[in-house]
Design a protein around this ligand. Structure first.
Ligand code: HEM
Length: 120
């Protein structure tokens, strides 16, 4: 079955809007990634103040392939035209990025053991 990778973002209250705007303007690359199944940006209501970036993938290999390539591009922004093709030297975006809205992040990994759609 599928695997779930959640990027857990610590976002100061005054940065929430910025974070959501950035996701609103995201390039949508992930939708084209092989093995990609689902994406959700989850805003906390109670129990935590951390945002969850929920992603589901066919398998670990698909996620790793995205992480090692398109993920870097998807996280690049604010530099206008990036035709310079500097992807090779970037790690997680590097120092040229505008200040991140999140002050921290960690990735949680799960495998789907059971799932069910709603009854019709
Ligand atoms: C250094 C840690 C990270 C931070 C602060 C961060 C933050 C962000 C932000 C602000 C965006 C909106 C687009 C942008 O402006 O860049 C974004 C896009 C996204 N992030 Fe992250 N991110 C991080 C790492 C990760 C990781 C490890 C994953 C994998 C679970 C992930 C999953 C995604 C996805 C799926 C998108 C949408 C990309 C698309 O539309 O193609 N992020 N992230």
């Amino acid at each position: 079955m599928s695997i779930v990778k959640i990027n857990v973002l610590t976002v100061p209250a005054e940065q929430r809007e910025v974070l959501e705007e950035r996701f609103g303007a995201r390039k949508g690359f992930v939708e084209s990634a092989d093995g990609f199944e689902w994406f959700e940006l989850l805003r906390p209501l109670e129990g935590t103040d951390r945002y969850l970036v929920y992603t589901r993938w066919r398998d670990e290999e698909s996620f790793q392939a995205w992480m090692n390539g398109p993920m870097k591009e998807a996280h690049q922004r604010g530099k206008g035209d990036d035709s310079g093709g500097t992807a090779a030297e970037s790690t997680d975006g590097g120092a040229e990025r505008p200040r991140p809205a999140a002050t921290g992040s960690e990735v949680w990994s799960f495998e789907v053991v059971q799932q069910a759609p709603p009854k019709k």
